[in-house]
Design a protein around this ligand. Structure first.
Ligand code: ADP
Length: 447
């Protein structure tokens, strides 16, 4: 087991990882920018190292500084959290070259899944169902036209190097195709420095369902069920559930089994998420994330297993603490992402939190790094906390969520709490009857 882990992140996830380390009796080092000197994870860590000024590229993305912080403090492993350097293959390789363990998969696996064309090709080879589309990059309009006609309109043009929902364009008819191809390519070139794009069938009313997988580091793979993350705004997840209201136990074990086997065949190590669009009973792979996800707590709630403990165990060579047959899904869990944003316009609302009171009671978990008097710096993303609620079934979970949202107090800034108070009373949400476009339509109607 590791003696000392350096946490290369900030906010709620830094605190989340720190808690897991403490429980395992591992010393912690956190790195932080000058803007985060008062952050909770800095206060609670055994050691902290200031690695630079507020902009992420000078601090949380500064590989040299982070490696230097490992050497100064004698950390033997790095947990990257999510975002920042968590899917940076070069970072994983550099740590390996310094004999420091990256708590995550190999640089090569990160590289494969970071290139969407390569990821899709790999998924197909491993027997994972994919969205019908081009086999690789498409540059010529003629070729694009041929493929689109074959799979049928509407189609979506996506950037191979894409991420965060950027670099995607939909063509509803042949007349839209040329312009969609051109704009997608130029946007991809400008945003990612790589203008390779590919074509897929555009699914009109899918749900976003993702499977949590783990490679044990010895060639074995398991799945921890799925999460339904269909409630999105601008392709950003807002509310996540486990299990998905749309799947039954048989579908869960079928897709889970396919994913677990794929992970084993790939020789993948650590936590990963295989993302699908789900429509008319079919799954279509869209991408794989090679890290811990923001929404991992809903999986922890229904399985009772600490996924960060498992990440640390696997990275240290100790394998998983559970086998597939030990992983049971109990009850239902929902996570709401609480952002420091205007609940209508979603413009960021940094500033000082004058009062912060979190709900409590059975089945309630709040993961947050903020506190009363905390000043939210304007430099980073606006997630200030996650409310995760567990109940014996979805109805009980929703009742408890409504009550918890009523108790939650965040004064001094605007937050997305009022949006969740609206959603929890909505009939479609109560019925679990929504797809990936539902939230955008709902927001447009209530304007
Ligand atoms: P990113 O890495 O940028 O998040 P993804 O491939 O995960 O890109 O897609 C993000 C979102 O875009 C999906 O959750 C879905 O809402 C939409 N999307 C992607 N591919 C398709 C498709 N073939 N049909 C319909 N919607 C899609």
């Amino acid at each position: 087991m590791f003696q000392k882990i350096l946490i290369a992140n900030r906010g709620e996830i830094a605190l989340r990882v720190l808690r897991a380390c403490k429980e395992l009796g591992i010393q912690t080092v956190v790195v932080h920018s000058t803007a985060d000197a008062d952050a909770m994870h800095v206060r609670l860590a055994d050691e902290s190292v200031c690695i630079g000024p507020p902009p992420s590229r000078d601090s949380y993305l500064n590989i040299h500084q982070i490696v230097a912080a490992c050497e100064i403090t004698g950390a033997d492993a790095v947990h990257p959290g999510y975002g920042f350097l968590s899917e940076n293959a070069k970072f994983a390789d550099i740590l390996a070259a310094h004999n420091i363990t990256f708590i995550g998969p190999s640089g090569d696996h990160i590289r494969i899944m970071g290139d969407k064309i390569e990821a899709k090709r790999t998924a197909k080879r491993l027997g994972i169902p994919v969205v019908p589309g081009s086999d690789g990059a498409v540059t010529e309009e003629k070729e694009a036209g041929r493929i689109a006609a074959e799979i049928g309109y509407p189609v979506i043009i996506k950037a191979s190097a894409g991420g965060g929902g950027r670099g995607m364009k939909v063509a509803h008819t042949e007349a839209d195709l040329e312009i969609a191809l051109q704009t997608a390519r130029s946007e991809a070139g400008a945003a990612f420095g790589d203008d390779a794009v590919y074509i897929e069938k555009y699914l009109e009313k899918p749900r976003h369902i993702e499977v949590q997988v783990f490679g044990d580091g010895f060639g074995g793979g398991v799945h921890f069920g799925e999460r339904d993350c269909s409630l999105q705004r601008r392709h950003q997840k807002v509310w996540e559930e486990a299990n998905s209201p749309a799947l039954n136990a048989e579908e869960r074990s079928r897709i889970g089994g396919i994913c677990a086997k794929a992970i084993a065949d790939l020789g993948y190590s650590g936590a990963g998420t295989i993302e699908f669009l789900y429509e008319n009973g079919e799954f279509y792979f869209i991408e794989m994330n090679t890290r811990l996800q923001v929404e991992h707590p809903v999986t922890e709630a229904i399985t009772g297993i600490d996924l960060v403990h498992e990440q640390i165990r696997v990275a240290s060579g100790g394998g998983l603490s559970v086998k597939q047959e030990d992983i049971k899904f109990t009850g239902h869990a929902i996570e709401c992402r609480i952002n420091a944003e205007d609940p209508r316009t979603f413009t960021p609302s940094p500033g000082t939190i004058t009062h912060f009171h979190t709900p409590g009671g059975l089945g309630i978990r709040v993961d947050s790094g903020v506190y009363s008097g905390y000043k939210i710096p304007p430099y980073y993303d606006s997630l200030i906390g996650k409310l995760i609620v567990h109940g014996r079934n979805r109805v009980e979970c929703m009742m408890r969520l409504r009550r918890a949202l009523d108790e939650f107090v965040v004064d001094g800034i605007k937050t997305t709490l009022p949006l969740f108070r609206d959603l929890v009373g909505n009939a479609d949400i109560a019925n679990g009857d929504y797809d990936i476009h539902w939230l955008e339509k709902y927001l447009a109607q209530s304007e």
